[in-house]
Design a protein around this ligand. Sequence first.
Ligand SMILES: *Cc1c(COP(=O)(O)O)cnc(C)c1O
Length: 390
Amino acid sequence: MSNLKQIDSTYVAGTYARFPVEIVSGKGSLVYDENGKRYIDMGSGIGVTAFGISDDEWVKAVTDQLNKVQHMSNLYYTQPCASLAELLCTRTGMKKVFFSNSGAESNECAIKVARKYAAEKKGPEYNTVITLKNSFHGRTLTTLAATGQDHFHELFQPLTPGFVHAPANDFEALKVLAEAHKTAGILLECVQGEGGVIALDPAYVKAVADYAKENDIILMIDEVQTGNGRTGELYAYMNFGITPDVVSTAKGLGGGLPLGATLLGEKVENVLAPGDHGSTFGGNPVACAGAVNLISRIDEKLLAEVKEKSDYIFNTLKNCKGIKGVSGMGLMIGIETERPASDVIKDCMAAGVLCLSAKTKVRLLPALNIPMDVLKEAIEILKQACAKEA
Ligand SMILES: *Cc1c(COP(=O)(O)O)cnc(C)c1O
């Protein structure tokens, strides 16, 4: 480990503050470090390993495809890409899918679609995209511009122009911005993840969706973190009774392989024409074969279990010593702690539970199929870490 740490710090770009642990193996919601120490994984690789580590069915789907053909480029047809697109459209009512490799890219595509639609329909000056303050949409220069947190922007100017940020849950403020600019689209997370696991007010989301529809503004929902069963519905917008024009997703979709998808609704299904957009790896058959398996298994039964486990976490942690509040939706949970979140996370790790943070909170994104007894064990350890005297 000390050798690994040294090689890593010598040769890997210093963009990550890693925990001093090497994970060498795992199964389901359990992972093991280089000393064989067992941890309960309450982070799922930041909401990526939706069915846990090395899930048998997913591994089989991926390796079966790997043994057939691993990549052919988008110059040819491959079955998994078409099957996944069909499955996603059938399950959502969206019409077409563009595949990429990450959350940021899925948002890039969404933004290009909104701008092209508006340019053709209203004129190229209609290019402003409204996003929310405290949002997170990715690390490329365009998705950073979309991200409504100044501290991400400071040293990377100039960012892509045409983005303005509205305070969340203030419909009048959004309307003022939409009227002050020639607006192409609105991009939001139904539950702000990196911003602190904060669900938007349903009445606000509904008002924004109605307004976008009335004014022919493209409504894009960033489901990179909230998507693929995470909130107890296949996509989080389904909790809000709205129909977006565009849905971007990634993280849990690939289950651990890089895969992003931008789902296009009726209004924009034909906006992209040959040459408008592309991705060498996008729609990779191995990643798509794995995703077909995962999306097929995110059924009513699994979603009901996600909601049950969510209720269990909320009910167990609310009013506990050292816990000021619990926020989020489904198995996307933020815990405001009296002790600094980083101290709680450190104690949890020592006691064998891996947690994430989001702003000042402890964040939990366990696998959707985490067994109840494993979940209970982790929550008990977390509870004790929160209750510890500072
Ligand atoms: C993680 C995340 C992204 C960025 O995804 P990458 O795969 O890291 O590019 C974008 N939007 C949201 C809401 C996210 O949580």
